[in-house]
Write a protein that binds this ligand. Structure first.
Ligand SMILES: Cc1cc2nc3c(=O)[nH]c(=O)nc-3n(C[C@H](O)[C@H](O)[C@H](O)COP(=O)(O)O)c2cc1C
Ligand code: SF4
Length: 607
């Protein structure tokens, strides 16, 4: 491709985004899709076009793991590396693929054709092991599918021409309740809101006791009220509505299914919020791994515009103007944190902001903004139709409504289960085909959540007991809970955004401790180190990622101590590096086994 062609492509992308610096993420993504990678020259052109310093554009491009500032294979294969993928054989299958391609993991083949590497959980845990090929998800990987994809890569078949069934992703809805069983017509919630009025609709949301489904469980009514009461600032005051569909917590995939099966309900919830706040723009922040949902979501939005459920004068209500844009993340778990998400939407590195101020008063572009989870917004639409009283009757006193669980791991029926809050873990296990007597643990709410052992299966899902963003990973008696925690420690070290030292260093130290124990060099000293690092992370981290990064180690040390104990070498300190072992191969090759061959023997001789 000539420089001129490149420039034309970049100019067209910049023009599509009106050269706006806030659209930098989309500009980078689209440019990479066209050109394969983001060279320094390409980034310079984008910097010039968006009138920003090159360093800033480079800073953004280097932050996100799905942007590449070095050439990649024309086929970029990424294996999902959640523990559930591993339990389904992903490590062995990835090795098989690399062997077939004569390739080392993480390297680009010499002809530039292909690279194979791993990525954090892709949100397909009920149909793993999963891979992304040029960021398109393929579930259910098997030896046969490895062979098939290798053949397609070798024959250089464009990914757009690969057999459609490879990319077929199931919803796996196993149990429906109020959300997944919703049969209302698109527009019903909007009609109810307009008939009732903005303040009375907000009153219904407050009355319902709806709490955020993204993890923290903050009152949705209170969030919306604070935002509604906050004044926009500057010459162009606005309020904004953001739907958080980043869904990066390993083991969670319920937002993907809600957006597939009930997209109207989610968009309806965003539009009701806009009506209450007086917002004119909404943004759906969708994780890059769910790129395949774009056509479906765009077609729902187009229909809603046609049916006057979006656009100017919604349902002929003068002054009710609102539209929704879809923005993509680019492989950064931290962008699920609401202030990091807003930074990302503004075209910056996804680094969490200092809070306060909170987004409800100073969010997107410094204006009052609500950020809500997909499930929260869908629930708000239902409440608008059926009333707050109806909703608070479902579930428990402190946890009104239903909860959608993403069930994966050792069970015969993985998938999506929606229950009224208050359901016991044992009931979910029975429904998903995990025999309680063979199950040793369930990881609730992903690595940042809590790991419960079999004597806790009577506990209930709900804010008063087991609060969860939705992940429900099942581990049978044969699983090694140390390896589960080790996988999660790698996840956090990989996903730490690096902004604050306690988390940047602490998560890496944790990972190193777990690797050291796994390599057989662990001792009680390392266990104490884990507790010390936990203290540091809890006390000094800037955001929730750092605060929760030690949870998996903490829980498994308390509940599955033997899994650690049997790996410990001694009670005293044991160095991570075994000089004897490291040199043994060299000694064998050189035939040198004399006293001066290495340090230990030299010292022994001298002594
Ligand atoms: C590291 C981190 C990752 C998060 N990821 C998500 C996410 O993927 N989806 C989500 O809705 N909330 C996520 N949250 C919570 C959000 O910051 C925020 O609380 C939520 O979107 C608010 O919506 P809700 O009130 O509807 O729950 C995350 C928080 C942290 C600290
Ligand atoms: S705690 Fe970790 S993820 Fe959060 S800001 Fe600090 S480095 Fe980034």
């Amino acid at each position: 491709m000539t420089i001129q062609n490149k420039a034309e492509i970049i100019d067209a992308i910049l023009a599509r985004h009106r050269d706006k610096p806030t659209r930098l993420m989309q500009i980078l993504r689209e440019t990479q899709e066209e050109l394969g990678w983001l060279s320094k020259k390409t980034l310079s052109m984008i910097a010039r076009g968006t009138r920003q310093p090159l360093a800033r554009v480079e800073g953004v491009a280097s932050f996100y793991s799905f942007f590449h500032t070095e050439p990649l294979g024309r086929y970029c294969v990424l294996w999902s590396d959640n523990i559930t993928d591993r339990m389904l054989g992903s490590v062995e299958l990835m090795r098989e693929m690399c062997k077939k391609l004569w390739l080392e993991p993480g390297r680009v083949s010499e002809d530039g054709l292909v690279s194979v590497s791993s990525t954090s959980c892709t949100g397909m845990c009920d149909q793993g092991p999963a891979i992304l090929v040029n960021y398109r998800a393929i579930p259910h990987m098997s030896s046969e599918r490895v062979g098939q994809t290798v053949d397609l890569i070798r024959s250089e078949t464009p990914v757009s021409k690969w057999p459609a069934e490879l990319f077929s992703i199931s919803d796996n809805i196993r149990r429906r309740d109020i959300l997944l069983g919703n049969i209302s017509r698109p527009g019903d919630a909007l009609r109810a809101a307009i008939a009732r009025g903005a303040q009375p609709t907000l009153d219904e949301i407050k009355l319902s006791n709806l709490r955020g489904r993204g993890g923290a469980g903050f009152s949705t009514g209170l969030k919306w009220e604070t935002c509604r009461n906050a004044e926009g600032s500057g010459a162009d005051p606005e309020h904004y509505v953001i739907c958080n569909a980043d869904e990066g917590e390993p083991g969670t995939f319920k937002d993907r299914v809600l957006l597939t099966a009930q997209a109207d309900l989610v968009f309806e919830g965003m539009t009701v919020a806009a009506y209450i706040l007086g917002a004119r723009l909404g943004m759906l922040y969708l994780r890059g791994e769910y790129r395949y949902l774009l056509d479906h979501l765009e077609s729902v939005l187009a229909r809603r515009r046609k049916d006057k459920q979006l656009g100017h004068g919604i349902l002929d209500h003068a002054g009710f103007d609102f539209d929704i844009e879809i923005h993509f993340g680019a492989g950064a778990y931290i962008c699920g944190e609401e202030s990091a998400l807003i930074e990302s939407l503004e075209g910056k590195r996804g680094v969490p902001r200092n809070r306060p101020p909170f987004p409800v008063t100073q969010g997107y572009l410094g204006q009052p903004t609500i950020v809500n989870n997909v499930e929260t917004l869908a629930s708000a639409a239902l409440i608008t139709m059926k009333g707050g009283e109806w909703f608070r009757e479902i579930g428990t006193e402190k946890s009104a409504g239903s909860k959608i669980l993403s069930v994966s791991g050792d069970c015969t029926r993985p998938g999506i289960y929606e229950y009224p809050f208050g359901v016991r873990v044992a009931e979910v296990l029975a429904d998903c085909g995990a025999a309680a007597e063979n199950t040793q643990a369930v990881q609730i709410s992903g690595p940042s959540g809590v790991c419960i052992a079999s004597d806790e299966f009577k506990r209930k899902i709900g804010f008063e007991d087991l609060a969860t963003a939705g992940a429900f990973m099942v581990f049978n008696n044969k699983r090694d809970m140390f390896l589960v925690a080790r996988n999660f420690s790698h996840f956090f070290a990989h996903e730490s955004c690096g902004f604050c030292t306690p988390c940047r260093v602490g998560t890496t130290l944790l990972k190193n401790c777990m690797d050291k124990i796994e390599a057989g060099h662990g001792s009680e000293y390392d266990i104490n180190e884990i507790f010390k690092i936990n203290h540091l992370l809890q006390a000094a981290s800037h955001c929730g990622l750092g605060h929760t990064a030690c949870n998996p180690m903490f829980d498994t040390l308390q509940k599955f101590r033997p899994a650690y104990q049997r790996r410990l070498n001694s009670l005293a300190f044991e160095p991570a590096f075994d000089l004897d072992k490291a040199l043994s191969q060299a000694r064998q090759m050189t035939g040198r086994d004399d006293a001066d061959a290495h340090l230990k023997n030299t010292m022994e001789v001298k002594a």
